[in-house]
Design a protein around this ligand. Structure first.
Ligand code: PRX
Length: 649
């Protein structure tokens, strides 16, 4: 299909989806218009669904030039109260908040009610206090996908501590860097994690990290029961340490602009940034987006397959669903263990109604054939979502037809760690869909496309995606480096938030994200700064220089392609290739494992020494016909050498 034909391919919203929906088509138009014309009135109304210790008298107060963003600034609330206690207080304590499906399909399923959740969160909160954690302190959470991870997040929120969750797949070095950056004295972890029956040595990784940076205390949840090393005075088994804590712990009244969490994410330069979200705006944004985008209905089972170590897990496993009093499933395992039908088996087993996953998983499962899906009764599914990277229309159609039987609306939700929650998406009861397009802006979101010089592009067009107005869930700063926040997001196009994404808008006003336009790549929906992989490679004693680019990958969306030059006298070999792969895994974590290593005697540089990445991208893509102008290269001959190297692989 041509791009044109793809853009015109409509998939009609099933009529039934509009019945009883949180928002139908005409409501969307009216609500969107009001969210822009009377933003304060609109957001005050959304915010009123939450409990506030002190109701805000001000709603929005922001400027993108100079950068200063505040929402609900004189309000006081606690997101843990809204996610947990509020439901218990309202008489819904017996409702199931979390369902835990373990890695092993024969393992024990846990159903945790809101009342039980409250008890667990209080126990964790008081244990943190017993360690010495106080309001404003940073607590690192490095956990497997078990309910205790959510308890730890909510416990921090409850006492006003700022959590920094680190994905369980990161290496000790990555942990150390993040712990150091936010000066976090406390860590919550587990003995081990489990993924597809493989054990992940979480506690051992924390120990290795803490050889580089100090910590005052480590709480260790016993999950697999492994016998792990415990450092006297610093490490405590959670079940023992929490045995004598009080069973009450009031929620700390937080100012709306008090930080709630830090989440590290990759940018185009430097080390990962600690993106900071604050309490009030993030609470309102995640509550509202979850409510309308997933059209959650009481009693339904909602499952987001993300990990709580990513923003999707923060906003759409923990805070969004729980603030809505939903039942959210947490799955510890992986899509292909014990077999490629695991997702569908879990959907059938728990009668999942709303299912939210990533294109990379859909593509991987699509490759295994329809048989794995057909084995299972998926008739409970009512809404399905996609997130993390562009979904190719072929995968979209497979998801829609094979998994959803052609009748379940799909929401392709575009957003970012920095946006806190969903920004562009269709709504299940309001919009027809187009495979491959995220759709329309959510309430209060004003997307704008600009060219490289910042000129605004109107109508059907393609350009760089900016957002021109603040929204409640917007990140407020980069931890410890507000200048970097301003520089990264507000300096490319003055007065606008720049997303780093390229985007097309079609004649129907639907948005199509085309991918990153900066040096960030998206590998299986995980954001990776090419600079980070380069820094890891050059730390190896034999490597002189490295340049990393993304290239199209059938399953992962993008793969990691590394050009490497070795120090004089070093020889390349298969052995060295394996060693460098392991090296990057050790430095960053398995998600950064290079897909391709290309040894080259030199990199293409301009006379001023700047690497021409455009050429490296094209060669990695096997696209040699359109390399563009290479005359400014110091040594144009290097291009042929690189192409030879690529073709002879
Ligand atoms: O490039 C976009 C892509 O993921 C980036 C954000 O990554 P991260 O902060 O890790 O958050 C991922 C989960 C929200 C974006 O800049 N992206 C995310 N969702 C989509 C997407 N690209 C296309 N379509 C999406 N639905």
């Amino acid at each position: 299909m041509t791009d044109q034909a793809v853009q015109q391919e409509w998939v009609r919203m099933p009529a039934a989806a509009a019945d009883g929906a949180a928002c139908n088509a005409s409501q969307y138009e009216a609500m969107y218009a009001r969210s822009i014309e009377d933003a304060d009135g609109f957001w005050a109304e959304q915010a009123a669904r939450l409990d506030w210790f002190e109701k805000p008298t001000k709603v929005a107060d922001w400027s993108f030039d100079p950068v200063d963003i505040k929402w609900f600034e004189d309000g006081k609330l606690n997101i843990c109260h809204n996610a947990v206690d509020r439901h218990v207080d309202a008489g819904n304590g017996n409702r199931v908040a979390l369902i835990f499906e373990p890695d092993d399909p024969e393992g024990e399923v846990r159903h945790i009610t809101y009342a039980e959740l409250q008890g667990e969160v209080v126990r964790m909160a008081n244990s943190l206090k017993k360690l010495g954690v106080a309001k404003g302190d940073r607590v690192t959470i490095y956990m497997p996908m078990v309910p205790e991870g959510a308890f730890a997040m909510l416990a921090c929120a409850r006492i006003g501590a700022i959590h920094s969750v680190i994905f369980g797949g990161f290496s000790p070095d990555a942990i150390a860097g993040r712990v150091e950056d936010c000066e976090s004295d406390w860590i919550v972890t587990a003995d081990q994690g489990l993924r597809g029956s493989k054990k992940v040595p979480l506690k051992a990784n924390v120990d290795a990290a803490l050889e580089k940076v100090p910590a005052k205390g480590v709480l260790v949840v016993s999950h697999t029961g492994a016998d792990v090393a415990m450092t006297e005075g610093r490490d405590h088994w959670y079940h023992e340490y929490s045995a004598d804590v009080a069973d009450e712990c009031p929620c700390e009244p937080m100012n709306a602009e008090d930080p709630l969490f830090i989440l590290y994410t990759s940018g185009s330069t430097g080390s990962p940034k600690g993106v900071v979200h604050t309490t009030g705006g993030y609470s309102v944004w995640t509550e509202t987006t979850f409510r309308y985008v997933f059209d959650y209905r009481p009693g339904e089972i909602y499952w987001c397959t993300a990990d709580i170590g990513w923003v999707t897990g923060h906003s759409y496993i923990v805070y969004g669903p729980l603030q809505n009093g939903a039942t959210a499933l947490m799955f510890e395992g992986v899509p292909n263990y014990p077999d490629h039908d695991r997702f569908w088996a879990v959907c059938e087993k728990h009668k999942v109604n709303i299912f939210y996953t990533a294109p990379t998983a859909i593509r991987a499962l699509m490759r295994e054939g329809e048989g794995h899906v057909a084995k299972h009764d998926l008739s409970s599914l009512r809404v399905m979502g996609s997130v993390g990277e562009p979904i190719n229309p072929e995968a979209w159609r497979w998801y829609h037809e094979t998994v959803g039987g052609g009748t379940v609306p799909i929401v392709d939700t575009w957003w970012q760690t920095e946006t806190g929650g969903i920004m562009i998406t269709t709504l299940p009861g309001a919009h027809d869909m187009k495979p491959g397009s995220a759709g329309k802006p959510f309430f209060g979101v004003c997307p704008q496309l600009v060219d490289n010089d910042g000129a605004v592009l109107e109508g059907a067009t393609e350009g760089n995606l900016c957002i021109t107005r603040s929204w409640p869930g917007q990140a407020r700063t980069v931890y410890g480096d507000h200048d970097r926040f301003i520089q990264t997001y507000f300096s490319t196009y003055k007065g606008k938030y720049f997303t780093g994404d390229g985007c097309r808008r079609d004649k129907d006003g639907y948005y199509w994200i085309t991918g990153r336009v900066d040096d960030v790549i998206n590998v299986s929906g995980h954001r990776m700064g090419t600079a980070e992989v380069e820094s890891a490679l050059v730390l190896h004693a034999k490597v002189s220089e490295a340049a990393v680019v993304g290239y199209p990958h059938d399953i992962k969306g993008q793969g990691i392609y590394c050009y490497v030059t070795l120090n004089a006298g070093e020889e390349h070999s298969d052995e060295l290739m394996g060693e460098l792969r392991q090296w990057v895994r050790k430095e960053i974590g398995p998600i950064a494992t290079p897909d391709h290593l290309h040894f080259t005697p030199a990199l293409p540089k301009t006379r001023s020494g700047k690497i021409m990445r455009r050429i490296l991208r094209k060669i990695a893509e096997n696209d040699y016909g359109s390399l563009g102008d290479t005359s400014t290269l110091a040594d144009p001959g290097i291009v042929d050498t690189l192409i030879d190297g690529r073709m002879n692989r």
